[in-house]
Design a protein around this ligand. Structure first.
Ligand code: HEC
Length: 141
């Protein structure tokens, strides 16, 4: 392959990486999502970041007890999630209707009567506002 072509491809790939990098970031904690510990000292986190923090908090969503969350912003050395439940991946594509996603988190039995996932909203484990924040976060992955 000729040198100019190679250099051209390298530059295009680099530009693409920079564009992807700068347009998809969540503001706090550099480019990575905050760990559970970092979550407790964030100033003015946005809804997405709040949602992530509630989701990973072991006294709140504890979603990682059962699910892995597929994101390229996983905090370094943060333990992975469980494999009891399906991976939370490509949520935006899979849930064009966010009301369905919200219903699943609010009361999983309303979606499937056999569901084993805790009814976070119905049993007031997570506030209505934080369920909205979790939905915001999941729509970003
Ligand atoms: C005790 C284990 C457990 C916890 C904790 C849990 N889930 Fe689930 N979840 C499940 C299981 C099992 C399923 C598969 C359907 C069912 O049985 O409820 C599921 C299904 C789902 C689904 C639908 C499947 C999909 O990928 O589209 C979503 C969305 C979801 N969970 C999100 C969450 C979120 C967000 C949290 C944290 C707030 C959470 N889950 C916490 C066990 C859990």
């Amino acid at each position: 392959m000729n040198l100019f072509l190679r250099a051209g491809i390298a530059i295009s790939v680099l530009t693409l990486l920079i564009v992807v990098h700068t347009t998809t970031g969540i503001a706090e904690a550099g480019d990575l999502l905050p760990t559970e510990k970092q979550c407790s000292s964030l100033e003015n986190p946005d809804a997405k970041t709040k949602g992530w923090c509630v989701a990973i908090n072991r006294r709140q969503g504890n979603c990682l007890a059962c699910h892995i969350i597929v994101t390229d912003k996983w905090p370094t050395a943060f333990p992975p999630g469980g494999s009891v439940a399906p991976p939370l991946v490509a949520m935006k594509q899979r849930y064009p209707d966010t009301a369905k996603l919200r219903a699943q988190i609010h009361d999983a039995q309303s979606v499937n009567p056999q569901a084993v996932m805790p009814p976070f909203g119905k049993h007031k484990i997570i506030s209505e506002e934080d369920i909205d924040n979790i939905v915001e976060f999941l729509m970003s992955i």
